[in-house]
Design a protein around this ligand. Structure first.
Ligand code: BG6
Length: 483
């Protein structure tokens, strides 16, 4: 691996994301030589930490995520970290930050390369971007910025934030991160679709009855009630993760594997996305909220959640495209908290075929993303002792050992930022279309709320979400494959 010189500035350097994900991921990249002698990291946040204290935190983060480490490596790695106490609204602090960045650039020969990482509360993203620009924090080499989700709260605020960021950065240098795009099985969708005639030729409007995407979570909102109550499942999971998965499943084959060709294929698809009317939102979408149990809170009783909240912790819905290999095929999705188990999966359901046996089970292609990773095709065959039809799975499974070698999504995606590969990041044009869709659904719900009788299905925890989620299918022969 090539050593990439850089000064990285993490806004939110004392936060949970930096501790759990960024520091361990950077350490792994350091161990592999991608960043080595010529890098420095400045962690910034409000707390009055010292350089030494940040280094201790970095070292703890590595020990918490690695079974065995070379203590000298950890020490050497942590010595590249610096802390700058910083109030993001105070212009003078950017001056100090700029000086420190320049000093470290000289000390580490970082060649004027700067990487900014927005890892703090999203309400500050715009302010930080504005001050990076007006205080000229960018360096003389490359300047890249990684922006965590949520990128805006709706299309208008996303456009505003984008304007603030593009004042200092080109679209090619903006890395809007979606950690689902760093997951092994999500990265497997394209090779699976485009290298297997069996799958490629079958995944067409002619053969596919519907596609189902389920992102189910076992846990509730936990300590994030304050944020979640302003977001809800549609913004938190559909606007980004679910839409990216659907785009990968439905997009036409890209001309080649370059980032620009892949984004072009995605954009071609998304231009043809059908935005639902308010009547369609009412018919094709279900929102829900979890109730409590003996040992879990109901959503409305969670800390920092409005007891009258209409925020959804579950959503099911439908999307269709006018173009692409599965044009006009319904793509159903659902996601929610407090399900019976954690399960992220995709089911591609093939159309029923008349046959001389007069019977057959549905023939599906399933991709399980988390917590296990596997792909399987459900097929029909003959029962041994009768003429009946039996159902079997042909499974392509990844062993535990193989999966243990898979790098964490953040390590993969940070690596991509260093080597300037934006394939697995969200392009502005994609984000814009996703928000157009989400805004329409949110507006329809808002109108319903204003009428005073919003339809929000209450559901019990440890189950499969509200039963109304089964009402969104176009035909009575359709149902959720994962139940
Ligand atoms: C995040 C959401 O983006 O994804 C969380 O904000 C959610 O609410 C999480 O729990 C799920 O990610 P994963 O990788 O655990 O499926």
């Amino acid at each position: 691996m090539k050593n990439i010189p850089v000064v990285m500035i993490i806004f939110g350097g004392s936060g949970d994301l930096a501790h759990r994900k960024l520091y361990p991921a950077l350490f792994n990249l350091y161990e592999q030589g991608l960043i080595h002698d010529n890098f420095a990291v400045i962690g910034t946040a409000r707390r009055p930490w010292s350089h030494e204290y940040l280094r201790e935190q970095v070292s703890d983060a590595i020990h918490e995520t690695h079974d065995q480490v070379d203590e000298n490596d950890v020490k050497r790695f942590a010595s590249h970290f610096y802390y700058q106490s910083h109030d993001v609204t105070n212009v003078e602090h950017y001056e100090t930050l700029k000086k420190l960045a320049q000093e470290l650039d000289d000390r580490y020969s970082a060649q004027g390369n700067r990487l900014f990482y927005m890892a703090m509360a999203p309400r500050f993203f715009g302010t930080i971007a504005t001050h990076i620009n007006d205080q000229s924090l960018t360096g003389s080499g490359f300047n890249r910025i990684v922006v965590e989700k949520p990128f805006g709260h709706d299309l208008a605020s996303a456009e505003e934030l984008n304007k603030e960021i593009t004042a200092s950065f080109n679209e090619d240098d903006i890395f809007r991160i979606d950690h689902y795009l760093g997951k092994e099985m999500i990265q497997n969708i394209m090779p699976m679709r485009f290298t297997n005639p069996l799958i490629k030729n079958i995944c067409t409007s002619e053969n596919v009855k519907n596609i189902q995407v389920t992102l189910a979570e076992r846990l509730g909102v936990e300590a994030r009630g304050g944020y979640y109550d302003t977001s809800g499942a549609l913004r938190d999971m559909v606007q980004n993760h679910i839409f990216q998965i659907i785009t990968l499943l439905a997009m036409p084959e890209p001309k080649d594997l370059s980032s620009s060709s892949i984004h072009k294929a995605k954009q071609d698809l998304l231009e043809s996305m059908i935005i639902p009317t308010p009547e369609e939102v009412e018919k094709d979408f279900v929102r829900g909220q979890y109730l409590g149990s003996d040992n879990t809170f109901a959503y409305k009783k969670e800390p920092n959640v409005d007891p009258e909240s209409t925020t959804e912790t579950f959503v099911a819905g439908k999307v269709k495209f006018k173009k692409g290999p599965v044009a006009d095929v319904p793509i159903y999705f659902r996601t929610g908290k407090e399900f019976k188990e954690k399960k992220n999966r995709i089911d591609i359901v093939l159309k029923h075929m008349n046959n001389p046996y007069g019977q057959a089970h549905s023939n599906n292609i399933t991709i399980e993303i988390d917590p296990v990773s596997k792909i399987y095709i459900t097929i029909n065959g003959k029962k041994i002792d009768t003429s009946g039809i039996r159902r079997e799975n042909l499974t392509y499974e990844f062993s535990k050992e193989e999966m243990a070698k898979v790098p964490d999504g953040y390590e993969r995606l940070l690596h991509d930022v260093f080597v300037d590969d934006s394939t697995n990041f969200t392009h502005w044009s994609e984000l814009k279309r996703y928000w157009e869709f989400i805004d329409t659904v949110e507006d329809a719900w808002q109108k319903e709320n204003e009428k005073g009788n919003p339809k929000i299905s209450q559901y019990l925890p440890y189950r499969m979400g509200p039963k109304e989620a089964s009402d969104i299918f176009e035909s009575p022969t359709e149902h959720w494959i994962y139940e």
